[in-house]
Design a protein. Structure first.
Length: 202
């Protein structure tokens, strides 16, 4: 995922860099999405559950992101911009229970022809591996691989895959554009609903 450093937002000869323009466009799109957050949050939060549940399957969060360079010395330049982040239940996301308007308003599995969307290929490990072969891998399987790669016991990871749960905090694509997503957080819970581990993807 592309990241924008602090130097890329300094005005040059009276014009802002492409990165700044991109962020401004995303901010405008975010504001448009915020305008419809009421309907989107009610629908996305419910998901298409088989049984009624007191808990929603997703949340839409309004955030403010600030970036400033402090080391090796404090920079004179900094920026702050508003964003929207989605906190999503992975099982509901990957079973397409959160898709809205046939995936046109929000959908999982691709970003083309969607107002907002997510695809597994943009996160964690590559979709294609020697073990899995070509093709798309779901996020929970890739998250399990990451946990094993970082030293978690294989038996415990497999038990988590079978009966555990995970939530994902991330910024979706807007109008097919995936460029600025400074941090994705995965909250992994065991079968008892206890927080098992947290994975940060920068």
């Amino acid at each position: 995922m592309a990241k924008c450093g602090i130097d890329s937002v300094v005005p040059v000869a009276g014009a802002y860099s492409l990165c700044t323009v991109s962020m401004a466009v995303l901010a405008v799109v975010a504001m448009l999405v915020i305008a419809t957050t009421g309907v989107l949050a009610r629908t996305l939060g419910r998901g298409k559950r088989d049984k009624p549940s007191p808990l929603p399957a997703a949340y839409i969060l309004e955030n403010t992101i600030s970036h400033a360079r402090l080391l090796p010395k404090v920079s004179a330049h900094a920026f702050t911009y508003p964003t929207l982040a989605f906190l999503l239940w992975l099982d509901a996301l990957e079973s397409h229970k959160l898709d809205l308007a046939h995936g046109w308003l929000f959908g999982y599995g691709g970003t083309a022809w969607r107002i907002t969307g997510l695809r597994s290929g943009a996160y964690l490990l590559p979709d294609s591996t020697a073990a899995s072969g070509p093709g798309s891998r779901n996020l929970k399987a890739k998250l399990a691989d990451v946990l094993e790669l970082h030293g978690l016991d294989r038996a415990k990871v497999q038990a988590w895959v079978a009966s555990g749960d995970a939530w994902m905090l991330t910024m979706p694509s807007y109008l097919g554009y995936e460029g600025i997503n400074p941090l994705t957080v995965y909250f992994c819970y065991d079968s008892q609903g206890e927080l098992h581990c947290v994975v940060l993807e920068v």
